[in-house]
Design a protein around this ligand. Structure first.
Ligand SMILES: [Zn+2]
Length: 1188
């Protein structure tokens, strides 16, 4: 019964197969007509009644037709078709009696408007199963239970060091400190070790970037692989040798290549403690631009691989190269049950401040944490770099002499012109004295008699010779030192955990506890400067095209994970062997790893060479396209009525993906749905866990359409032109927008068909106004109404919630008026640009070094189109570098309450320029305090300081920034990571792209010139404070519930899946509702990730497990801003697992550590489990395989 839903066209009875029955027609005309109508009436009301003629019903015919029309209100297709057929008969058309019967038969089993349906028959029409109409979801204003606000109203965490205070107190002067340029001359008293000697761990390591100057695979083949290959024999040579390694992307690649013998040898080295895996993430993630979904996912991928393949559970974090650090990562590691972590690239002035107070080791605490439950022991390296010259002590020219890879005849030299000497019996005493003097000086910066001395650099230990040079020379010194107790120092090779364990042991503290006198600290380490005024705020924006691509990949991966797990559950339930679980698991695993790879600190940061950026881009686009296919196919599978009849045919899918990215550097191209006068189904997938309304846009072939919702009701639609040029439109492509409603994690099927002009009063053609026309001939955009304005004037657009005005002349946003309280807010938007300094250090991929403040980019009399309609109204402004769209969406609920801003930025015609959007509001934020998010997970307080250079006042904005005064909060929500600032009161700037000809001397060796037309998307949200309660005096801030949901809805757009051209449709259900009860508003399902089977087994690698990781994040909410017009409810973050899904039954649910390395608790699935505010909890859910 395939090919069933291509129904309506076949209803149009083809004349070619018709014969005329004119002879009998005259006599039978009335008889047939009435009996047929009778038949119809009866089949609708009491199916399957014998089809005999009852002419005495004639009197009631008219009334019955009326009743049918009422009963079948939503199904006038049927009525119309039957009427048409009858009319044709009446007109003597070429229609046979048989054919009329056929029409009626086909409708006999129809299941419309709540009638009980018959089984799927030969009739094609009945494949559209409009479902019984439930009441439309009503948007409502929520009263948030007061306990949900406790967190926001509570005082912030008490810590010894709040980094915001340190910023306030610290002068940020850059005084020459002597050999330790950014510090001070360190002295020490040997007597401090009279009771106990200084214990030193020399920690050999190799920093391997998964892509930077070479691609990931080039680095692997040419360098990283050699490190691993040499590691095995060189560690085996001497049991005292140690090594540690961090990036699982490389390690897993190598693991797949080596034989079982080598695998056993590696396992042994790990077991005996010679090799330690630190962090164990897929990469050493960037912490500024990365979103918390991807940060967690790459860590989870690495940990799952390690645990599953090697049975290894890392416990120490090692992050030496990311350019600034986020407290989100500290939280993530703590939730993964890590005990310790290490960081390195922190502003030199903060390092000095903390070092003076011996506070380079601290318990890093989350700012909302009252109890210290998020504390994690953190070690900060004190000096300029993680290389050997900056690791043994304060004097790099001395430390450099103990990097034996800089001996004569080796690859590297010491820039201080004092080279290493091979250690001999003759010089060992002298060399040791030189070295331990550095160790002892460095030890003055820490409170414990334990010292960590990293020994490594980028891609080190890739030759056997280097292993020999480092280990042999050090061993001679170590032996000498350990045989001379009068030196009051003992030295060992060690790993990171060896060091931390020694600290715990020597301070009598349990692992993971707080050693005595170790202070607590809260805050984050942005913005990083490594020297002078060289602030690393450029990389917040570098390669914004790929930062956008990253978030698009993430959104697709998240949705794909969730719908795959859902569909897999149904496949198991129905024992469907035809569901492509293995092929899709491979898609998912590859996508997890491609997204994970890009979180690397030279990936999403935009700080790799051009061809490496392209390599990342190709991986991301491949994964986006695969995730689109997966989502479309899983949605199809879930929608198909008879799962047994489903089959996976990748070459001819039933539903198409909405858009295709052909290249890694091109914008996506929309697929156009070819309409006919039979309705084409379009599936919508909602990846959020509550029902919601959302405006979707479908590209179609006709301006005259009819859109039906899953209940069969014709809904309001708006068609706008597809512009081929500023004033030209396509005649075969149009965009239809309408408000779709889809259940949580569910799928709804909407139907679109072509109608004739004026046939559907609920279809509106957009009204277009053009300002500043540049064309010599008047535009013709028929059939759309057009008004070409020759003079400019202020203008407005509006929806149910907002009315916004634009300035004449510039066409830029000017005010936002909220209809609810009739408050008008100044919100003026302009573009500004920064130039690069003409002399000295220059802006590059990492650094932002502007020549003074930004200058406005003039946008006088730009070509402007205004498109107005009942669903969407927008203003499209074309400037030299930006195609700028400001949009209002007329959707009930969350979406209609914010202003959309969408830009396509193209600065390829410029050089050494950085372009930003500046939003000037009337918010009177005190002291230029503003808030930016960290990784989309939490907000951090920022303040613009005159004591810092302009570029220091830029911060990462992965998702959100806001300003507030006593009455109002103004938020800018972002759909991609970019740099931002608030240099003046009420003003926000978001950097959008940068094009730079110079290298900024951090090793990349090139500027940033591979710019492309780059999309970025924002939402502006203006909220009034409730009552007269003043803003909290604490520094802690949370988005409102509406802010959270607006952000989640912007990223979690519905996936729109139009019918694939001429695809063979199957019987579909128009609404799939996997959730029994929606999850509450405050719980965000970060992931529902089916667990991979054994990665190093060819047979099992992509066979999905029956378990999935459900990761739930409970938002921290600021209740001072009312929760308006929402479609979800709140319950204090509670969930009963057994009640989440309708059809998928769970066998068991376990509470786990974040990356599933440790089991915490077996949960009662029927009972309510509470997720605390701000917490991200992982639950291991095991689904029942089939209903037995
Ligand atoms: Zn690196």
């Amino acid at each position: 019964m395939n090919n069933l839903c291509r129904c309506l066209s076949k209803l149009h009875i083809k004349s070619a197969i018709m014969k005329r029955y004119m002879v009998i027609w005259g006599a039978l005309f009335f008889l047939v007509m009435f009996s047929s109508l009778y038949l119809m009436l009866e089949t609708v009301s009491t199916a399957n009644k014998p089809t005999e003629l009852n002419t005495h019903e004639l009197d009631n015919i008219e009334g019955k037709i009326q009743r049918i029309e009422e009963d079948l209100m939503k199904n006038h297709e049927t009525i119309k078709e039957i009427k048409d057929t009858v009319r044709k008969i009446g007109k003597g058309g070429a229609v046979s009696l048989d054919q009329l019967k056929d029409v009626l038969d086909r409708h006999k089993d129809s299941d419309y408007g709540g009638n009980v349906g018959g089984k799927v028959g030969v009739v094609k029409m009945n494949q559209i199963k409009f479902q019984e109409r439930k009441d439309k979801t009503v948007v409502k204003d929520l009263t948030i239970p007061t306990d949900m606000c406790l967190l926001a109203d509570a005082p912030e965490a008490k810590t010894d060091y709040k980094l915001t205070d340190v910023f306030e107190k610290n002068s940020f002067t850059d005084v020459d400190g002597g050999v330790w340029k950014q510090g001070w001359p360190i002295t020490y008293d040997n007597s401090q070790w009279s009771k106990r000697s200084l214990k030193v761990f020399v920690i050999p390591h190799s920093h391997t970037d998964p892509g930077w100057l070479k691609t990931f695979m080039e680095y692997y083949r040419q360098q990283t692989k050699l490190i691993f290959e040499n590691m095995i024999p060189k560690l085996e040579e001497d049991g005292r040798r140690k090594f540690m390694y961090a990036e699982m992307s490389f390690f897993s690649l190598w693991w797949d290549e080596i034989d079982i013998g080598k695998k056993e040898r590696v396992k042994k080295l790990i077991e005996n403690g010679q090799l330690e895996i630190v962090t164990g993430g897929w990469v050493m993630t960037d912490e500024a631009n990365a979103h918390y979904f991807a940060m967690i996912d790459q860590l989870l991928e690495g940990h799952q691989w390690l645990d599953g393949t090697l049975g290894v559970k890392p416990k120490s974090g090692w992050s030496i190269d990311p350019f600034g650090y986020s407290s989100t990562m500290a939280y993530i590691l703590r939730e993964a049950d890590f005990s310790n972590m290490l960081i390195q690239r922190v502003h030199y002035s903060l390092k000095k401040y903390l070092a003076k107070e011996k506070a380079l080791e601290f318990m890093w605490r989350q700012q909302w944490d009252q109890e210290g439950s998020t504390d994690i022991f953190c070690h900060m390296m004190p000096f300029y770099s993680y290389d050997a010259p900056h690791s043994c002590g304060p004097d790099p020219k001395i430390c450099c002499q103990f990097d034996f890879m800089r001996l004569p005849n080796t690859k590297f030299r010491c820039p201080w012109k004092l080279n290493p000497l091979p250690i001999t019996e003759g010089n060992v005493a002298e060399r040791v004295n030189l070295l331990i003097d550095q160790y002892k000086k460095k030890a003055q910066l820490y409170k414990t008699d334990t010292l960590l001395v990293p020994l490594g650099d980028d891609f080190r230990y890739d030759t056997a010779g280097e292993w020999d040079l480092q280990f042999q020379n050090y061993q001679k010194m170590i032996d000498y030192i350990n045989h001379h107790p009068e030196l009051k120092i003992e030295v060992h090779f060690g790993t990171l955990s060896d060091y931390f364990n020694a600290v715990y042991e020597r301070t009598n503290v349990e692992e993971g506890g707080r050693p005595p006198q170790v202070p607590t600290l809260s805050g984050d380490f942005f913005t990083y400067a490594d020297r002078e005024d060289n602030y690393w705020s450029g990389y917040y924006t570098s390669r914004p095209f790929y930062k956008n691509l990253d978030r698009v990949t993430e959104v697709h991966l998240r949705a794909a994970e969730i719908i795959y797990t859902t569909a897999l559950g149904y496949a198991r339930k129905h024992a469907s062997s035809n569901f492509p679980s293995v092929a899709f698991m491979k898609f998912l695993v590859d996508a997890r790893r491609n997204l994970g790879l890009f979180q690397h600190h030279d990936g999403i940061t935009g700080t790799s060479k051009e061809f490496v950026v392209a390599d990342y881009g190709k991986r991301l686009v491949e994964s986006i396209n695969n995730m689109k296919k997966l989502i479309a196919e899983c949605a199809t599978y879930l929608s198909v009525e008879d799962k047994a009849k489903y089959s996976y045919t990748p070459s001819s899918p039933i539903f198409n993906i909405d858009e295709l990215r052909k290249n890694h550097d091109s914008l996506p191209e929309k697929n156009v749905l070819m309409l006919t006068n039979e309705p084409s189904p379009v599936l919508m997938y909602n990846s959020l866990t509550h029902v919601r309304q959302h405006v979707v846009k479908v590209y179609v072939s006709s301006p005259y359409v009819e859109v039906k919702d899953p209940s069969g009701e014709v809904i309001q639609s708006q068609v706008e032109p597809y512009w081929t040029d500023k004033e030209k439109i396509a005649t075969d492509i149009f965009k239809v927008s309408f408000v779709a409603e889809v259940p949580g994690l569910g799928i709804s099927c909407y139907y679109i068909k072509q109608v004739t002009e004026n046939d559907n009063p609920k279809n509106t053609l957009s009204f277009v106004t053009i300002y500043h026309s540049t064309s010599t001939t008047p535009a013709n955009i028929k059939p759309f109404p057009l008004d070409i304005k020759t003079h400019s004037e202020d203008f407005t657009i509006e929806n149910d919630y907002l009315k916004i005005s634009f300035t004449e002349g510039t066409s830029m946003l000017k005010t936002v008026n909220r209809k609810e309280d009739e408050e008008e807010h100044k919100v003026s938007v302009e573009f500004v640009e920064y130039s690069t300094r003409r002399s000295g250090d220059k802006s590059g991929a990492y650094l932002f070094l502007p020549e003074g403040v930004a200058k406005p980019v003039p946008t006088l009399s730009p070509f402007t189109r205004i498109v107005r309609g009942p669903v969407i109204s927008e203003v499209q402004v074309f400037t030299h570098t930006v195609n700028h769209v400001v949009r209002l969406i007329n959707s009930p609920g969350t979406e209609g309450q914010s202003v959309d801003m969408y830009n396509i930025v193209d600065i390829r015609q410029q050089i050494d320029k950085e372009i930003a959007v500046r939003i000037t509001t009337d918010i009177k934020n005190e002291d230029r305090v503003f808030y930016t998010d960290l990784n989309g997970y939490q907000m951090s307080r920022r303040k613009t300081y005159d004591k810092l250079p302009l570029q220091a006042n830029f911060y990462p904005m992965p998702a959100m920034m806001f300003l507030e005064d006593s009455n109002t909060r103004f938020s800018v929500l972002s759909a991609q990571s970019l740099g931002c600032s608030s240099l003046q009161q009420g003003v926000m700037e978001v950097m959008m792209d940068r094009r730079l000809s110079h290298d900024d001397s951090r090793g990349l060796g090139e500027g940033v010139k591979d710019n492309k037309a780059t999309p970025n998307r924002f939402k502006f949200l203006i909220e009034s404070r409730k009552g007269s309660k003043p803003p909290s005096k604490t520094e802690l801030r949370f988005p409102s519930l509406l802010g959270h949901l607006t952000s989640a809805h912007m990223l979690g757009s519905f996936f729109v899946l139009p019918q694939y051209k001429n695809s063979k449709l199957m019987a579909l259900t128009t609404s799939v509702r996997p959730l029994d009860v929606d999850l509450p508003c405050e719980l965000y399902m970060l992931n529902l990730r089916t667990m991979q089977n054994k990665d190093d087994s060819d047979a099992l690698k992509y066979v999905p497990k029956e378990t999935a990781a459900m990761i739930l994040h409970r938002y921290g909410i600021d209740c001072s801003y009312p929760a308006k017009s929402l479609t979800c409810y709140t319950n204090g973050g509670k969930v009963a697992f057994a009640k989440i899904f309708n059809d998928l039954k769970m066998l068991e649910v376990k509470s786990m550590s974040l990356t599933l390395m440790y089991e915490r608790e077996n949960l009662d699935m029927e009972a309510l489990t509470t997720v605390k505010p701000m917490e991200i909890n992982t639950f291991k859910v095991t689904f029942r395989s089939s209903e037995t």
